[in-house]
Design a protein around this ligand. Sequence first.
Ligand code: PMP
Ligand code: GLN
Length: 391
Amino acid sequence: MTFTFTPNPVFSGLPTTIFEEMSQLARHHQAINLGQGFPDDPGPEDVRRKAAEAVIDGNNQYPSMMGTPELRAAIAAHYGRHHGVALDPDKEVLVTSGATEALAASILGLVSPGDEVVVFEPAYDAYLPLIRQAGGVPRIVRLTPPHWRFDEALLEAAIGPKTRVVIINNPINPAGAVWPREDLDLLARVIAPTSAVVVADEVWEHVVFDGHAHVPVLAVEGLRERSVKIGSAGKIFALTGWKVGLVAAAPPLLRAVAKTHQFLAFTTAPNLQAAVAYGLGKDDAYFAGMRARLQAQRDYFSKGLVDAGFSVLPSQGTYFVCVDLAPLGLADDAAFCRRLVAEARVAAVPVSAFYSVNAVTTVARFCFAKNEATLDEAIARLSKAVSLLAA
Ligand code: PMP
Ligand code: GLN
């Protein structure tokens, strides 16, 4: 008898993620990879040294499944200092293996079969598969450029008696938009009559520009007790491969997420936890300097895109800037990105990949967190490509 097996269709039916697909194409075509979001910058040397020292001199055995006491204390202190949010490090903080694991632990821990989960699209690619695996039913609220803010009536229509979770992503990847406090206040008002929990993916919290302030859900009246905040050291320190994430939430919510975490990753490399604990205590100048460098890269690359003939959408945060292809007569961002990587040898990501229904199909995302030489070469290639690819 031939051996056959049936994998879980929730995952086996999925394509490879758009990030991996574009990175593979970039390698294949020896293209400049402005698709997947990771910076050229190697990250703060003192933080990397702490990790190296901790590997040699520190503990390399299982840390507590909640995270090392030192890192949990540092997380609580960090949010107290930056946002005035008081967290109990023993009852309200959990360390995870990246924000991806935090998302999985939150969604699988909070959503039961038949529960409805409100998701704003464009949505980071991990949300929908995890909701489906939990047996949840996604209710989509569509966001559109250039502001990517939600419409109150659309949100009201998506929320109902079965809503268990509302997932938000602020600042938004791939849009590069930052929701202001009034939008979070509106969300709090709309969900006030329900028992919905907000899962807030705030991994880009420190990467905001032009004086925009990131408002964490935990600092919004009406959301503090019902929200699960997710962060990522990978984004806070531009060390995307580190996979140290965090969850902060009121004790009953945190317990539900931790119960799931114990069978996903259980714990996270102690040496990286030691380095992140150190890094979170860095002074304000570090965070301001990181933002200023990224903002300069955004401005440099955006100007190059404009000069090349692209219509550039505002980028208020993240490593990403988007272009609207419609003014060039292009209606298919995925086809554009496939041609761009093959013919111009620059990889980007089509924003339509972040929609499950009624996609916006004319927006492409570029990662600008690169050094000047890389951006110069990318702009030179894009300038040549634009007349070739435009309709
Ligand atoms: N959420 C969003 C919105 C992201 O952009 C990313 C990573 N780019 C993640 C989650 C995953 O973070 P991590 O690498 O810490 O798992
Ligand atoms: N979050 C990164 C991006 O937006 C990619 C992460 C991944 O490859 N899974 O580019």
